[in-house]
Design a protein around this ligand. Sequence first.
Ligand code: ADP
Length: 226
Amino acid sequence: MIYFDKVSKIYPDESKALDGISFGVEPNEFITIVGHSGAGKSTLMKMLIAEDRPTHGAVFFESANIHKLKKSQMNKLRRRIGMVFQDYRLIPNKTAYENIAFAMEASGHTENEIASDVPHVLELVDLGKKIWSFPHELSGGEKQRVAIARAIVTQPDIIIADEPTGNLDPVNTFEIIKILQKIHKLGTTVLLTTHNTGIIDEIGGRVITMEKGKIIKDDKHGKYVL
Ligand code: ADP
C-alpha cells in the first residue's frame, strides 16, 4: 500500500532527519513507530502526506510516487489519509459537532450525510454526550477523541496519528490507544508515532524503532528495544 524507498531528508542546516529509510506498509496493518524525540518520526509522516519532499529516495502510495503527483491527484490522495496530531488542531469556536461537520463539508459531503454521520462517529469514540461542547469545555483526552472522530468520519484508508498521546496522562493515553485499535479492527490502516515506550507492549502489532533518522528495528510483534 505504501513503500518508502531509501528515503533521506537533509535540512538546509545539514541536519539529517531521515537517513536511507526503506519499509513497506500493507493494507490494514497497525504500525507503531517509536523513537526518542528527534529520531525523525514526524519527518517520516510529513513525507507521506507530501508536506515535505525527500532529499533522496521516493515514497510510493500504491504504485504512485507521491512527490510526482499533480496537485489534483495529491488532493485526492490526501482525502484517503486521516491525520491526528499531538495538539488536536480543533477549531476553538466550533463545537465537537461543528468541527467534524466542517471537515465533512470540505470533502464534499451533503447536509444529510453530515447530520447522520457526525453523531454516529462521536458515539464510536464514546463522546455522544459531548456533541455540543466547545474544545475549551473538553479534557485533553476528549479533545483528542473529537480529533480522531474528525479524522475517521470521511472513511480514510489510513490514519496517521503523530504523537496523539503526547499531551495525555496514562489513563487517557490508554483510551486513545483503545480507540485506534477499534478503528483498526473496523478495517483502517493505522500508523502511530510515539516516544512513549511504556505503551508499546500494550499495543502489540508491528513496531518500527527509529534512532537518528534510521530504522534500527522492525519487529512484527514488537517489543521496545532502545
Ligand atoms: P521526532 O518526530 O522523532 O521527534 P523529527 O522528525 O521532528 O523527530 O526531527 C528529526 C530531526 O530533524 C531533528 O534533529 C530535528 O531537529 C530535525 N528537523 C525537523 N524538522 C526540521 C526543519 N524544518 N528544519 C531543520 N531541521 C529539522
